[in-house]
Design a binder for this molecule. Sequence first.
Ligand code: MN
Length: 338
Amino acid sequence: MKVGIVEKPGVLKIAEREEPKVVGPQDVLIQVKRVGICGSDVHIRHGKNPFATYPRVWGHEFVGIVADAGPAVARIKKGDHVVVEPIVSCGRCYACRQGRPNICETLAVMGVHIDGGCQEYIVVPQEKAHRLPAKTPWDEAVLVEPFTIGAQACHRGNVQKGDYVLVMGAGTIGLTAVVNAKLAGAKVIASDLVDEKLHYAAQCGADWTINPQSQDLFAQVRQISGGMGSNVTIDAVCNQKSFEDAVEITSAAGRVVELSFNEQPSAIAPVGIIKKELAICGSRLQTHRFPIVIDHLEHGRLPLAGFVTKVFPLAEMVEAFDYVDKNNAGVRKVVISL
Ligand code: MN
């Protein structure tokens, strides 16, 4: 079978591998139909993801059909459409015991630490496969994993009905945060330096959009929120300044959600946190968000039409990655079809 592999930083190619088989009684064999290209995959390709090891079959956003199942598999059956939850955790460490396997001590993410979904067939434990409505087109189903990231950000920020939520950065992840915050009943402000991305954010339900290049972000957010600032700020811009801005603009009793893997320190005075009793938290991957997002999908609550910018066949995988590199502003999600 064919696999898409990053052999070493900078070397992305298609290779031949033997087709995997169901071994354990709980295993399912999945025929992969679509794999989404994430910013983190682009970083893995270019050697800029600190967690990746090589050679690596990339892909953590993937969906397919169950092609075979071990004798103890009960949740799903052959022919089911599934999305794979791409994280493997130990179940024993402190975080796992707290119900947070996404930050397990020995966390392994498919496509990053272990091989991922860009292969014609993959075997995963049944509990990692979530059934999808069969009627959902593959080009929409493949968006479930990215939407779990936005769902997690809202979960971590404890977004409540009526909250003013500022989503900084209207890239793919920012957009999924906008959608999830709207579904939670929040009033959503999106900011980005690129007008085209703000246009998408408005399509995804953002009530207000702000381009800090031409507008004063702080003044606008204060005006919209009646002076208090945003109750929840989700930082999907992820630079030193955006973290500082998020702490500054968030209201008393508010929450700041960081999505950044930035290693550069930001300058944040503790008094700004204490005075407003801010909760500042990180949001990584997701915990238990797949069933929630699939429910939204099943009931047509996700604005998915047009979210996939372009679909490439596996044979044109390298071109697809090049396309993402060259069209950053206009790309929401580029997908590989197998
Ligand atoms: Mn992703």
